[in-house]
Design a protein. Structure first.
Length: 417
């Protein structure tokens, strides 16, 4: 194992600095971030104690109860220590604490706020007939949605009305540091991705701007990614657990990795056991059998991306794990201080998250909501590996006429172009 990380710090250098007082208070977390991080899944208390005791420095602990309870220890381990832990029967897994990435590519952005008369109906919202549901009064009221992402812009005019009270610290959490110019809150969005996702889920229609799938749902920011788009597995696990513990109804994860992660699967099992649904982007590898993690796990709803012509988007990952498809190419939504068009399964996933919110608000149980989405999805004539059950149809899932199939204002974005 390489003793030196990408910034040139060796384990010996870091520990020597700690011993001589050469590193400031808070060294533990800094060292852990620089060293070889692992997540240890302990089945028994003795295993958790052992994993904590052999971590080279500061460790973190995440309790996952449920039917198959695990204690996750996040620490820095030598090759010898990690191999020793793997041999224990009371250790379920030892995995690297990898960085996952956000599944989108930046598109055109506008920095101007929309004004009266500039309201845009994004093509995806129209194509899945969410606007039909809105006309029938279905808007997702009373449902709580967690956005595990880069944060949310709390001041965006299309989002602020639906954002859970920012003055209540329990409504939002941050595991990644906000480094932008507008870090009003620790969970503020310094990259724009989380705000874009949140807008598709629940932007509220007004005199201008855009509208989301469930414009009366309540949004909660769970910031695990920095402006660069990197997100630690352990932080995502902690965010999933937090959302489940709060009793929030559905969580969107527009992120992932090509590498399996038993820690993420365990977090998914914990959340589903608590009644929290998890919707995840399938990935942007553009190849067959390439659905990423956590979307590939059964505990997550895997969403592929379509374009405005009802074809599978060229970038979308496909495979037997895909559950449903949704618009993901040329999607207009909110950004920090404005609006923009982005591509990615990151943009497809929040359409489904908003649809789940709509069904839960209509009284469906979590499992019944998923069954109804699959049963009413529109067959686009694509393979099941591409579209899963088919294209999301919000109106049909709620029992409304879904014959519209329009594409709104296309890929235009406020102020419209």
């Amino acid at each position: 194992m390489n003793e030196r990380d990408t910034e040139g710090w060796s384990r010996r250098d870091l520990l020597k600095s700690a011993a001589t007082g050469g590193v400031l208070v808070g060294l533990g977390a800094v060292v852990l971030d620089r060293m070889d991080r692992y997540i240890v899944g302990a089945r028994e208390a003795d295993a958790a104690t052992a994993a904590a005791s052999v971590s080279d420095v500061h460790h973190e602990r995440i309790e996952l109860g449920g039917d198959s309870p695990l204690t996750l220890i996040v620490g820095a381990y030598s090759e010898t220590s990690s191999q020793s832990l793997r041999t224990r029967e009371d250790v379920a897994f030892v995995q690297r604490d990898r960085r996952l990435t956000l599944y989108s590519t930046p598109g055109d952005a506008t920095s101007d706020r929309a004004t009266a008369g500039d309201q845009i109906l994004p093509w995806g919202i129209d194509r899945v007939d969410a606007d039909v549901a809105h006309d029938e009064g279905a808007k997702g009221e009373g449902v709580h949605v967690g956005i595990i992402d880069s944060g949310i812009d709390a001041s965006h005019p299309d989002i602020e009305a639906n954002l859970a009270d920012p003055s209540d610290d329990g409504n939002h959490r941050a595991w990644a540091e906000c480094r932008g110019e507008d870090c009003t809150h620790p969970w503020s969005d310094d990259g724009g991705h989380g705000t874009h996702v949140a807008g598709t889920v629940a932007a509220r229609a007004g005199d201008g701007g855009i509208v989301g799938v469930a414009p009366d749902a309540t949004l909660h920011a769970l910031k695990v990614c920095g402006a660069g788009g990197g997100c630690r597995t352990s932080d995502i696990v902690a965010a999933i657990r937090y959302a489940a513990d709060q009793g929030w109804d559905v969580v969107n994860l527009s992120l992932g990795s090509a590498q399996p992660s038993p820690a993420l699967q365990a977090a998914g099992q914990y959340a589903r056991g608590a009644g929290t649904l998890l919707v995840a982007a399938a990935g942007n590898r553009g190849q067959p059998d390439s659905v990423g993690y956590p979307a590939a796990y059964d505990e997550f709803v895997a969403v592929s991306a379509t374009d405005i012509d009802d074809e599978i988007a060229s970038f979308s990952s496909t495979g037997p794990e895909v559950d449903i498809a949704a618009p993901g190419k040329g999607v207009c939504s909110a950004l920090v201080d404005g609006y923009g068009v982005r591509d990615g399964t990151s943009m497809a996933s929040p359409h489904v998250t908003g649809a789940v919110a709509q069904l839960l608000a209509a009284g469906y149980s979590p499992e019944a909501a998923l069954e109804e989405l699959a049963a009413t999805a529109e067959d686009l004539g694509l393979t099941s590996d591409e579209q899963g059950a088919g294209l999301l149809d919000v109106a049909a899932s709620l029992g409304y006429d879904s014959g519209d199939d329009g594409t709104g204002d296309g890929t235009s974005c406020p102020p419209g172009a």
